[in-house]
Design a protein around this ligand. Structure first.
Ligand SMILES: O=C(O)CCC(=O)C(=O)O
Length: 306
């Protein structure tokens, strides 16, 4: 199926919402059967997925020049923003799951859930525990190989599968851990480069409300609470996935300044094999995921290049 056939198919299709609902409940055959009233016989499951994939908008031409070590560098090289990856119903389902996890965390039922001091957000880690910076006891930043934590929840593995099948993340870098960030109004994440115990690319999925993410090679949080050195501000729509790679992951620092309203993000990353926790075994259902095959469309608009 090529792009123009898919566009036609997309017009004919009764409801993409219904298609999406089927995809998100892959583990739930009952839901899939309930949706059988949709005109599905016209399209195979494979075709329906392709229609959805073609709906995703992709921006890969970010440009922000900064002098780094005496040379002009595009600090956003490698950054990608994929929008409309999750529809409203799917976002709701994921948010509901996060609320459930937050409730478990409140009851002390999760091993690695914490709220950093100050205006930080709440965070829940799955797949591995890691420190953002060297601890007071002198433990270096990075993955804590001897700490245990809950595995990735099943729904998060469905998300990961989609990210790879829909060409958002490469099959060579399938995430095996994640951190859920829950920002209440006024919460932020300070400027940082993600630890190199995690491979590149990694990605962040946004839910509940849009906010801006700031980039800059010299980005700093000043004592007066202002950010300096932020040279590029990018809005993150709900249901979008920001992929960080290359200079965008390694040269530019990033931060989310104080959010105007509650927001959730999930950062998915793959661990460097030599840094994995000693107890870790790869998830069988995250092996051998392949991107959906479809013909590339040549396009002059970078927003739709695939
Ligand atoms: O919330 C976001 O969009 C960014 C999260 C982030 O930078 C992180 O988890 O390290």
């Amino acid at each position: 199926m090529n792009a123009s056939q898919i566009n036609v198919a997309s017009d004919q299709f009764c409801s993409l919402e219904q298609v999406d609902a089927v995809d998100m409940t892959l583990e739930d055959q009952e839901d899939a059967c309930r949706d059988a009233s949709c005109d599905k016989h016209k399209f195979s499951m494979e075709q329906r997925k392709l229609i959805q994939v073609m709906n995703v908008k992709r921006k890969r031409d970010f440009l922000c020049l900064e002098k780094v070590n005496g040379e002009m560098v595009n600090i956003l090289e490698g950054l990608e923003l994929h929008t409309d990856v999750f529809n409203a119903a799917e976002q709701q389902k994921i948010v509901d799951k996060v609320c459930e996890l937050q409730e478990k965390a409140r009851k002390g039922e999760l091993k690695r859930a914490f709220t950093p001091k100050g205006k930080g957000r709440s965070a829940i880690q799955f797949g591995c525990c890691f420190n953002y910076r060297t601890s007071k006891a002198g433990t270096p930043a990075g993955i804590l190989r001897h700490e245990t934590v809950e595995p990735l929840p099943a729904l998060f593995k469905v998300i990961i599968r989609r990210l790879v099948e829909w060409h958002v993340l490469p099959p060579t870098c399938v995430p095996d851990c994640c951190v859920v960030n829950i920002y209440d109004e006024g919460d932020c994440i300070p400027p940082h480069v993600d630890n190199h115990d995690f491979l590149r690319p990694f990605c962040t999925v946004s839910f509940l409300s849009e906010c801006n993410i700031l980039f800059g090679s010299n980005l700093k949080l000043e004592e007066n609470g202002e950010y300096s050195g932020g040279s590029y501000s990018l809005p993150l729509p709900v249901g979008s996935v920001l992929v960080l790679n290359g200079n965008g992951a390694n040269v530019a620092k990033h931060c989310v300044p104080e959010v105007p309203t509650k927001r959730i993000s999930i950062t998915f990353r793959k661990m460097n094999e030599s840094k994995r926790p000693i107890w870790f075994t790869p998830e069988p259902d995250l092996q051998w995921i392949q991107p959906l095959p479809f013909e590339q469309e040549s396009s002059s608009s970078s927003d739709h290049v695939y």
